[in-house]
Ligand binder design. Structure first.
Ligand code: PA5
Length: 448
């Protein structure tokens, strides 16, 4: 089956041949470290073989639970933050009709997210909505101790127990967490919630193909087996060879590191399909948390065009030249729509009459690429034939594998996130958590 491709032809004018030859040697080493599990963070490589190790029984159980949830709920509340929500949100937003919530169109439960922020307004408005809807909940946290989802679960648990009674509430709560540690695991066992395990060797941002992503995606009505199939296919390609011509992950990881070393330290992931907005958000987390450490790393940014051509487009064309772009280019849309003819032609656009909107979008994509390259912004193109479960599965695995290779080429551990602790420590101290008294006093003084 046609597969995801990486095109770096619009990069060559920015990079010399010798850089590519040297980088091929480095990437070969990184590929070896990854596949022989000898690199940094090698106890977090469970995602590499996950697509081929997912048990059919587990997929069947997820699908059966999803079918049951689809029968009992109009709304499925997914509580989680970071890797515990971005993957499912990315896939669901990419596949869903954006107007379903307004029309009630698809008959699928709406998936809503909670605990990915600490907004009082957001959660109060969500609880209001839950008063009027039949719902079920997934509470997702690998550590089981993350503050944001823990607070959201307190609120929603109280609501669901009050609404349905404790016994029925238990049947509507699904916990997805670590196999043995953590408060959520204890609670799930004590309350008898149906629960799923996040494998020990898979970190949050690499967990979309575990129940973390698969349960919400299946509840939303999408084909999780096809998603996994796409990942299986990309895994085969990614593992087989580290040669740039044969492995798009190696090619992308190499391109990023060559560009970084030539001073391009901001990567903008671009999509010309608004449905891919959360794929960009998921990618930002994957690359930001994996590479941004030890004062190193490419800063991951994102835009959706053509909307953002009318805002960020100006900066990208003419602002500081530390940028490069990676475009997710989609071959065929799912629907067909042509530009109508207008006898009056006041807007002067009759030369487009009868042309498909996707063709106009395609020429916007090509024109933008040429303009930005001429403006000094190198361009990498990642193409998929269309947006469906199978190609999203390929795209997910492609970005995961590339990220690991790229992190190794950068010299960091792509599987930890030590920097995330700093804000937590300060937040707890400012909130007066017992045990943080010294930090509380110091921080409050700094705020005066
Ligand atoms: O990638 C990661 O590990 C993080 O972004 C986590 O997913 C995020 O911090 C949530 O953690 P947890 O699932 O333990 O609540």
């Amino acid at each position: 089956m046609t597969q995801l491709k990486v095109d770096i032809s619009k990069l060559k004018s920015f990079t010399g041949d010798s850089a590519w030859a040297a980088m091929q040697v480095e990437i070969n080493n990184c590929h070896r470290m990854l596949t022989s599990q000898t690199g940094k963070g090698n106890d977090f490589l469970g995602w590499v073989d996950l697509p081929v190790q997912l048990e059919p029984a587990l997929l069947a159980r997820i699908q059966a639970d999803a079918d049951h949830i689809r029968e009992m709920a109009e709304l499925f509340v997914v509580i989680g933050i970071g890797g515990s929500y971005l993957g499912s949100k990315a896939v669901i937003e990419a596949l869903a009709n954006p107007f379903d919530a307004l029309t009630g169109g698809s008959g699928n439960p709406s998936i809503v997210f909670a605990g990915e922020n600490l907004s009082e307004d957001y959660h109060a408005q969500l609880l209001d909505l839950l008063d009027h809807k039949e719902y079920a909940v997934a509470v997702i946290s690998k550590s089981g101790t993350t503050t944001e989802p823990a607070i959201a679960f307190r609120l929603i648990r109280k609501h669901i127990e009050a609404k349905y009674g404790k016994e029925e509430a238990r049947k509507r709560i699904f916990a997805i967490t670590d196999s043995s540690r953590g408060a959520l695991k204890k609670l799930a066992d004590a309350e008898g919630y149906s629960s799923y395990v996040i494998p020990d060797d898979i970190g949050g941002r690499y967990s979309v193909l575990t129940p973390v992503g698969l349960l919400p995606i299946a509840v939303a009505g999408f084909d999780i087996r096809k998603l996994v199939e796409g990942a299986v296919q990309m895994r085969e390609v990614a593992l087989k060879s580290s040669d740039f011509e044969q492995n798009p992950c190696a090619h992308y990881a190499a391109a990023r590191n060559i560009l970084l070393r030539s001073g391009k330290f901001v990567e903008i992931l671009v999509a010309f399909e608004p449905g891919l907005l959360y794929v960009i958000e998921w990618w930002k987390q994957l690359y930001g948390e994996s590479e941004g450490k030890e004062n190193k790393g490419i800063f991951p940014a994102g835009v959706t065009f053509t909307s953002d051509l009318h805002s960020m487009g100006q900066y990208i064309q003419e602002g500081m030249r530390m940028l490069f772009e990676t475009v997710i280019s989609v071959g065929e849309p799912a629907f067909q729509l042509v530009v109508p003819d207008d006898p009056e032609n006041l807007d002067g656009l009759n030369f487009l009459s009868g042309m498909r909107l996707s063709e106009v979008n395609r020429q916007a994509e090509l024109g933008t690429m040429l303009a930005h390259v001429d403006g000094g912004v190198p361009n990498i193109r990642v193409s998929i034939p269309t947006i469906n479960e199978y190609y999203l599965g390929q795209l997910i695995y492609f970005f995961e594998f590339s990220c690991a290779l790229s992190g190794y080429a950068l010299g960091v551990n792509p599987f930890d996130q030590p920097g995330v602790e700093a804000y937590k420590k300060n937040m707890f101290a400012l909130l007066g958590k017992p045990g943080f008294e010294k930090e509380t006093a110091e921080l409050r003084k700094k705020l005066l």
